[in-house]
Design a protein around this ligand. Structure first.
Ligand SMILES: [Zn+2]
Length: 322
Protein backbone atom coordinates (compact mmCIF):
# COMPACT_ATOMS: atom_id res chain seq x y z
CA UNK A 1 0.00 0.00 0.00
CA UNK A 2 1.57 3.26 -1.11
CA UNK A 3 0.24 6.78 -0.66
CA UNK A 4 -0.45 6.89 -4.38
CA UNK A 5 -2.66 3.81 -4.35
CA UNK A 6 -4.94 5.15 -1.61
CA UNK A 7 -8.09 6.61 -3.13
CA UNK A 8 -9.11 10.02 -1.87
CA UNK A 9 -7.75 11.72 1.27
CA UNK A 10 -5.36 13.86 -0.82
CA UNK A 11 -4.91 16.54 1.83
CA UNK A 12 -3.95 13.97 4.47
CA UNK A 13 -1.50 12.29 2.10
CA UNK A 14 0.17 15.60 1.29
CA UNK A 15 0.47 16.56 4.91
CA UNK A 16 2.11 13.26 5.88
CA UNK A 17 4.39 13.23 2.85
CA UNK A 18 5.61 16.74 3.55
CA UNK A 19 6.13 16.03 7.25
CA UNK A 20 8.14 12.96 6.35
CA UNK A 21 10.33 14.61 3.71
CA UNK A 22 11.13 17.55 6.00
CA UNK A 23 11.77 15.21 8.92
CA UNK A 24 9.00 16.78 10.93
CA UNK A 25 6.74 13.81 11.61
CA UNK A 26 4.88 14.14 14.86
CA UNK A 27 5.64 11.51 17.53
CA UNK A 28 1.94 10.61 17.67
CA UNK A 29 -0.99 10.90 15.30
CA UNK A 30 -4.68 10.38 15.75
CA UNK A 31 -6.35 9.47 12.45
CA UNK A 32 -10.04 10.08 13.10
CA UNK A 33 -13.12 9.49 10.96
CA UNK A 34 -15.76 6.88 10.09
CA UNK A 35 -14.64 3.26 9.89
CA UNK A 36 -13.87 1.59 6.60
CA UNK A 37 -12.69 4.69 4.75
CA UNK A 38 -8.94 4.03 4.69
CA UNK A 39 -7.41 5.22 7.96
CA UNK A 40 -5.62 1.92 8.49
CA UNK A 41 -4.37 1.86 4.91
CA UNK A 42 -2.98 5.35 5.41
CA UNK A 43 -1.17 4.24 8.57
CA UNK A 44 0.38 1.34 6.63
CA UNK A 45 1.36 3.63 3.76
CA UNK A 46 3.06 5.94 6.24
CA UNK A 47 4.88 3.01 7.86
CA UNK A 48 6.08 1.89 4.47
CA UNK A 49 7.29 5.35 3.53
CA UNK A 50 9.20 5.63 6.83
CA UNK A 51 10.78 2.17 6.61
CA UNK A 52 11.47 1.95 2.84
CA UNK A 53 15.09 1.40 1.89
CA UNK A 54 14.58 3.61 -1.17
CA UNK A 55 12.94 6.28 0.95
CA UNK A 56 9.85 6.24 -1.24
CA UNK A 57 7.63 3.41 -0.04
CA UNK A 58 8.56 1.67 -3.29
CA UNK A 59 6.78 -1.60 -2.57
CA UNK A 60 9.69 -3.71 -3.84
CA UNK A 61 12.38 -3.47 -1.17
CA UNK A 62 12.54 -5.91 1.73
CA UNK A 63 11.28 -3.30 4.22
CA UNK A 64 8.19 -2.45 2.15
CA UNK A 65 7.37 -6.10 1.66
CA UNK A 66 7.64 -6.77 5.38
CA UNK A 67 5.19 -3.97 6.11
CA UNK A 68 2.76 -5.41 3.56
CA UNK A 69 3.04 -8.83 5.16
CA UNK A 70 2.71 -7.45 8.66
CA UNK A 71 5.99 -9.01 9.71
CA UNK A 72 8.30 -6.02 10.01
CA UNK A 73 10.01 -6.28 13.41
CA UNK A 74 9.67 -2.53 14.03
CA UNK A 75 5.96 -2.33 13.23
CA UNK A 76 3.51 -3.20 15.99
CA UNK A 77 -0.27 -3.38 16.13
CA UNK A 78 -2.52 -3.04 19.14
CA UNK A 79 -6.12 -4.15 18.71
CA UNK A 80 -8.97 -4.58 21.16
CA UNK A 81 -8.84 -7.82 23.10
CA UNK A 82 -12.58 -8.52 23.28
CA UNK A 83 -14.40 -5.26 23.83
CA UNK A 84 -11.49 -3.16 25.09
CA UNK A 85 -7.77 -2.48 24.85
CA UNK A 86 -6.31 -3.44 28.19
CA UNK A 87 -3.42 -2.10 30.20
CA UNK A 88 -1.35 -5.28 29.72
CA UNK A 89 -1.45 -4.66 25.97
CA UNK A 90 -0.19 -1.11 26.42
CA UNK A 91 2.56 -2.35 28.77
CA UNK A 92 3.65 -4.89 26.15
CA UNK A 93 3.69 -2.16 23.54
CA UNK A 94 5.72 0.15 25.81
CA UNK A 95 8.24 -2.58 26.38
CA UNK A 96 8.60 -3.04 22.61
CA UNK A 97 9.00 0.67 22.08
CA UNK A 98 11.70 0.87 24.74
CA UNK A 99 14.07 -1.22 22.59
CA UNK A 100 16.02 0.33 19.75
CA UNK A 101 14.56 -0.27 16.31
CA UNK A 102 15.97 -3.42 14.72
CA UNK A 103 15.92 -2.55 11.03
CA UNK A 104 14.13 0.74 10.53
CA UNK A 105 14.95 4.32 11.58
CA UNK A 106 12.13 4.19 14.10
CA UNK A 107 9.56 1.91 15.67
CA UNK A 108 5.94 2.40 14.70
CA UNK A 109 2.91 1.32 16.67
CA UNK A 110 -0.60 1.38 15.21
CA UNK A 111 -3.43 1.37 17.75
CA UNK A 112 -6.68 0.37 16.04
CA UNK A 113 -10.06 1.49 17.45
CA UNK A 114 -8.26 3.64 20.00
CA UNK A 115 -11.57 4.64 21.62
CA UNK A 116 -11.58 1.13 23.08
CA UNK A 117 -8.64 1.90 25.36
CA UNK A 118 -9.99 1.36 28.85
CA UNK A 119 -9.21 3.97 31.48
CA UNK A 120 -6.16 2.21 32.91
CA UNK A 121 -4.77 1.52 29.44
CA UNK A 122 -5.39 5.11 28.39
CA UNK A 123 -3.57 6.47 31.41
CA UNK A 124 -0.65 4.13 30.79
CA UNK A 125 -0.47 5.24 27.17
CA UNK A 126 -0.45 8.84 28.30
CA UNK A 127 2.96 8.28 29.90
CA UNK A 128 4.39 7.32 26.51
CA UNK A 129 2.78 10.30 24.83
CA UNK A 130 4.08 12.68 27.47
CA UNK A 131 7.65 11.50 27.10
CA UNK A 132 8.06 10.97 23.37
CA UNK A 133 11.33 9.66 22.01
CA UNK A 134 12.75 10.47 18.60
CA UNK A 135 12.66 6.92 17.34
CA UNK A 136 9.06 6.02 18.05
CA UNK A 137 5.88 6.88 16.18
CA UNK A 138 2.40 6.06 17.49
CA UNK A 139 -0.56 6.13 15.11
CA UNK A 140 -3.97 5.86 16.70
CA UNK A 141 -7.05 5.17 14.60
CA UNK A 142 -10.52 6.00 15.84
CA UNK A 143 -14.06 6.37 14.56
CA UNK A 144 -15.10 7.87 17.90
CA UNK A 145 -12.28 10.19 18.92
CA UNK A 146 -14.53 11.96 21.43
CA UNK A 147 -14.52 8.80 23.51
CA UNK A 148 -10.75 9.11 24.03
CA UNK A 149 -9.26 10.77 27.09
CA UNK A 150 -8.98 14.47 26.37
CA UNK A 151 -5.37 14.36 27.59
CA UNK A 152 -4.58 11.73 24.95
CA UNK A 153 -6.20 13.73 22.18
CA UNK A 154 -4.29 16.85 23.12
CA UNK A 155 -0.96 15.07 22.89
CA UNK A 156 -1.43 13.79 19.34
CA UNK A 157 -1.55 15.50 16.04
CA UNK A 158 -5.16 14.97 14.98
CA UNK A 159 -5.82 14.22 11.36
CA UNK A 160 -9.50 14.07 10.38
CA UNK A 161 -10.59 11.78 7.53
CA UNK A 162 -13.88 12.29 5.72
CA UNK A 163 -16.05 9.77 3.88
CA UNK A 164 -15.07 9.17 0.29
CA UNK A 165 -17.11 11.30 -2.06
CA UNK A 166 -19.85 9.29 -3.66
CA UNK A 167 -18.84 10.21 -7.20
CA UNK A 168 -15.27 9.07 -6.56
CA UNK A 169 -16.40 5.80 -4.99
CA UNK A 170 -18.64 5.12 -7.95
CA UNK A 171 -15.85 5.76 -10.47
CA UNK A 172 -13.58 3.34 -8.65
CA UNK A 173 -16.25 0.64 -8.49
CA UNK A 174 -17.04 0.96 -12.19
CA UNK A 175 -13.40 1.12 -13.32
CA UNK A 176 -11.72 -1.36 -11.05
CA UNK A 177 -14.43 -3.93 -10.52
CA UNK A 178 -16.27 -3.64 -13.80
CA UNK A 179 -19.54 -3.31 -11.90
CA UNK A 180 -22.38 -1.91 -13.97
CA UNK A 181 -23.69 1.55 -13.20
CA UNK A 182 -26.91 0.40 -11.53
CA UNK A 183 -25.03 -1.83 -9.09
CA UNK A 184 -22.44 0.86 -8.44
CA UNK A 185 -25.24 3.33 -7.74
CA UNK A 186 -26.83 0.97 -5.19
CA UNK A 187 -23.54 0.04 -3.54
CA UNK A 188 -22.36 3.62 -3.13
CA UNK A 189 -25.75 4.72 -1.81
CA UNK A 190 -25.76 2.05 0.86
CA UNK A 191 -22.04 2.08 1.66
CA UNK A 192 -22.18 5.70 2.74
CA UNK A 193 -18.63 6.57 1.73
CA UNK A 194 -17.03 3.43 3.07
CA UNK A 195 -14.85 1.36 0.78
CA UNK A 196 -14.88 -1.52 3.17
CA UNK A 197 -18.65 -1.69 2.96
CA UNK A 198 -18.83 -1.28 -0.79
CA UNK A 199 -16.19 -3.93 -1.46
CA UNK A 200 -16.34 -6.23 1.53
CA UNK A 201 -18.80 -8.80 2.79
CA UNK A 202 -21.64 -6.29 2.51
CA UNK A 203 -21.41 -6.21 -1.26
CA UNK A 204 -23.32 -9.44 -1.74
CA UNK A 205 -25.87 -8.41 0.87
CA UNK A 206 -26.40 -5.05 -0.79
CA UNK A 207 -26.97 -6.45 -4.27
CA UNK A 208 -28.45 -9.97 -4.18
CA UNK A 209 -29.42 -10.17 -0.52
CA UNK A 210 -31.22 -6.83 -0.69
CA UNK A 211 -33.51 -8.01 -3.48
CA UNK A 212 -34.46 -11.18 -1.57
CA UNK A 213 -34.99 -9.33 1.70
CA UNK A 214 -37.22 -6.70 0.11
CA UNK A 215 -39.14 -9.35 -1.79
CA UNK A 216 -39.93 -11.20 1.44
CA UNK A 217 -40.73 -7.99 3.31
CA UNK A 218 -43.11 -6.61 0.70
CA UNK A 219 -44.75 -10.03 0.33
CA UNK A 220 -45.91 -9.96 3.97
CA UNK A 221 -49.44 -8.86 4.83
CA UNK A 222 -50.97 -8.04 8.22
CA UNK A 223 -52.67 -11.45 8.10
CA UNK A 224 -49.53 -13.51 7.36
CA UNK A 225 -48.62 -14.28 10.94
CA UNK A 226 -46.52 -17.36 10.48
CA UNK A 227 -44.37 -16.06 7.59
CA UNK A 228 -43.83 -12.87 9.60
CA UNK A 229 -42.54 -14.76 12.63
CA UNK A 230 -40.37 -16.97 10.45
CA UNK A 231 -38.85 -13.94 8.73
CA UNK A 232 -38.29 -12.23 12.10
CA UNK A 233 -36.52 -15.32 13.38
CA UNK A 234 -34.27 -15.49 10.34
CA UNK A 235 -33.33 -11.82 10.65
CA UNK A 236 -32.76 -11.98 14.39
CA UNK A 237 -30.39 -14.93 13.98
CA UNK A 238 -28.22 -12.83 11.69
CA UNK A 239 -26.87 -10.70 14.51
CA UNK A 240 -23.82 -9.45 12.68
CA UNK A 241 -25.60 -8.21 9.58
CA UNK A 242 -28.80 -7.03 11.26
CA UNK A 243 -27.76 -3.35 11.36
CA UNK A 244 -27.04 -3.43 7.61
CA UNK A 245 -30.33 -5.23 6.95
CA UNK A 246 -32.21 -2.51 8.81
CA UNK A 247 -30.31 0.07 6.73
CA UNK A 248 -31.57 -1.70 3.60
CA UNK A 249 -35.17 -1.51 4.87
CA UNK A 250 -34.66 2.11 5.79
CA UNK A 251 -33.32 2.95 2.34
CA UNK A 252 -36.33 1.26 0.79
CA UNK A 253 -38.88 3.27 2.78
CA UNK A 254 -36.90 6.44 2.19
CA UNK A 255 -37.09 5.65 -1.54
CA UNK A 256 -40.87 5.26 -1.28
CA UNK A 257 -41.10 8.61 0.45
CA UNK A 258 -38.94 10.34 -2.17
CA UNK A 259 -40.99 8.67 -4.90
CA UNK A 260 -44.16 10.05 -3.28
CA UNK A 261 -42.72 13.50 -3.56
CA UNK A 262 -41.88 12.93 -7.20
CA UNK A 263 -38.10 13.16 -6.75
CA UNK A 264 -35.87 11.95 -9.56
CA UNK A 265 -34.83 8.33 -9.81
CA UNK A 266 -31.24 9.37 -9.33
CA UNK A 267 -31.93 10.27 -5.70
CA UNK A 268 -33.29 6.81 -4.89
CA UNK A 269 -31.20 3.82 -3.80
CA UNK A 270 -33.14 0.86 -5.19
CA UNK A 271 -33.19 1.93 -8.82
CA UNK A 272 -33.27 -1.69 -9.98
CA UNK A 273 -36.61 -2.17 -8.18
CA UNK A 274 -38.61 0.67 -9.70
CA UNK A 275 -41.63 -1.57 -10.40
CA UNK A 276 -41.77 -2.61 -6.77
CA UNK A 277 -41.35 0.97 -5.61
CA UNK A 278 -44.16 2.12 -7.89
CA UNK A 279 -46.46 -0.67 -6.66
CA UNK A 280 -45.75 -0.36 -2.92
CA UNK A 281 -45.76 3.46 -2.96
CA UNK A 282 -49.32 3.45 -4.27
CA UNK A 283 -50.41 1.57 -1.13
CA UNK A 284 -48.72 3.95 1.30
CA UNK A 285 -49.36 7.50 2.44
CA UNK A 286 -46.74 10.02 3.51
CA UNK A 287 -47.69 9.58 7.14
CA UNK A 288 -47.61 5.77 7.00
CA UNK A 289 -44.11 5.94 5.48
CA UNK A 290 -42.90 8.38 8.11
CA UNK A 291 -44.30 6.05 10.78
CA UNK A 292 -42.40 3.10 9.31
CA UNK A 293 -39.17 5.03 9.10
CA UNK A 294 -39.53 6.04 12.71
CA UNK A 295 -40.24 2.39 13.69
CA UNK A 296 -36.97 1.40 11.98
CA UNK A 297 -35.12 4.12 13.79
CA UNK A 298 -36.54 3.01 17.13
CA UNK A 299 -35.58 -0.63 16.49
CA UNK A 300 -32.01 0.34 15.62
CA UNK A 301 -31.68 2.22 18.87
CA UNK A 302 -33.22 -0.66 20.84
CA UNK A 303 -30.85 -3.19 19.29
CA UNK A 304 -27.88 -1.04 20.20
CA UNK A 305 -29.02 -1.42 23.83
CA UNK A 306 -29.03 -5.23 23.67
CA UNK A 307 -32.76 -5.84 23.93
CA UNK A 308 -34.30 -9.20 22.94
CA UNK A 309 -33.47 -9.20 19.23
CA UNK A 310 -36.20 -11.52 18.04
CA UNK A 311 -38.91 -9.64 19.91
CA UNK A 312 -37.69 -6.28 18.63
CA UNK A 313 -37.65 -7.53 15.03
CA UNK A 314 -41.14 -9.08 15.35
CA UNK A 315 -42.57 -5.80 16.61
CA UNK A 316 -40.79 -3.95 13.82
CA UNK A 317 -42.15 -6.22 11.08
CA UNK A 318 -45.67 -5.90 12.44
CA UNK A 319 -45.38 -2.13 12.20
CA UNK A 320 -43.87 -2.32 8.71
CA UNK A 321 -46.64 -4.51 7.26
CA UNK A 322 -49.51 -2.70 9.00
ZN1 LIG B 1 10.62 0.23 -0.37
Amino acid sequence: MTFASIIGHDRQKDLLRRALSSDRLSHAYLFEGPSGIGKRLMALALARAVFCQQGTGCGDCAACRKVDHHNHPDLHFVEADGSSIKIEQIRTMQKELSYRPLEAPKKICVIDDAEKLNLAAGNALLKTLEEPTANTLIIMLSAQPDALLITIRSRCQRLPFARIERKRLMEVLCEQLAIDETEAHILTSLANGSFKKALGKDRELYIEGRRDLLKTLTGLTPGSVLPLFNFAEKLAQNKELLPEILEIFQAFYRDLLLYHYGRSENELVNIDLMNKIHRVASEESTSSLLGKLSALDQTRRQLARNVNRQLAVEVLLMRLVA
